[in-house]
Design a protein around this ligand. Structure first.
Ligand code: GAR
Length: 196
């Protein structure tokens, strides 16, 4: 088994999609050892908690000091985690955790990095900035996490068109489709090579 832990802060549509893919879908066969062992969440009212529990995945709730003190790393180790997936996780990962999981922390960002990344650039803020700038395209970036927000080796990007009439909500809907289509498979391909 290759256990992974998914970190999420909000709605959790990506976390749910990843759980369904690895724990329930055709990929959850004997040939694929990757399983979501737990979801870690930093907000006690986040919808991702209910989504995960419904899919019988344990949830751990933690705060900033747990993250920075190393308690979160201990919790991840207690689930046998070999990789961490940041799926809409809005806190900065401390250097100690990055060092504990070399090349094995994967983040998704809802824009074509290096554009529209960095502190404060998450969720709808990203799509609002893309529309305000009159961009003709946007997309998703799946990358390894390092000590900076939305930074690190890019594993995958996919693009979508942004029309002059698109609102930030329209862009969010296009991005959501790209995330659902690609994130689990990119995790699967990358971790199978790294840990398989
Ligand atoms: C996703 O669009 C993800 O790309 C984004 O947050 C959303 C979470 O949605 N992440 C960032 O903006 C990170 N900087 P979800 O909770 O429904 O998966």
């Amino acid at each position: 088994m290759i256990n992974i832990v998914v970190f999420a802060s909000g709605s959790g549509s990506n976390a749910e999609n990843i759980i369904r893919y690895f724990n329930y879908g055709p990929s959850a066969s004997v040939d694929n050892p990757i399983r979501v062992a737990a979801v870690f969440c930093n907000r006690s009212d986040a919808p991702v908690i209910e989504r995960s529990r419904r899919l019988e995945v344990p949830v751990e709730i933690f705060n900033k000091s747990d993250l920075e003190s190393g308690r979160v790393a201990q919790m991840a180790a207690s689930y046998g985690a070999q990789a961490l997936i940041l799926a809409g996780f809005l806190m900065k990962i401390p250097a100690s955790l990055i060092e504990a999981y070399p090349q094995a922390i994967i983040n998704i960002h809802p824009a074509l990095l290096p554009k529209y990344g960095g502190k404060g650039m998450y969720g709808h803020h990203v799509h609002e900035a893309v529309v305000a700038a009159g961009e003709k395209e946007s997309g998703i970036t799946i990358h390894l996490a390092d000590n900076l927000y939305d930074h690190g080796r890019i594993l995958f990007q996919a693009r979508c068109e942004v029309l002059p009439c698109d609102t930030p909500l329209d862009v969010a809907a296009k991005i959501h489709i790209l995330e659902m289509e690609n994130f689990p498979e990119v995790i699967d391909g990358y971790l199978s090579k790294l840990l398989g």
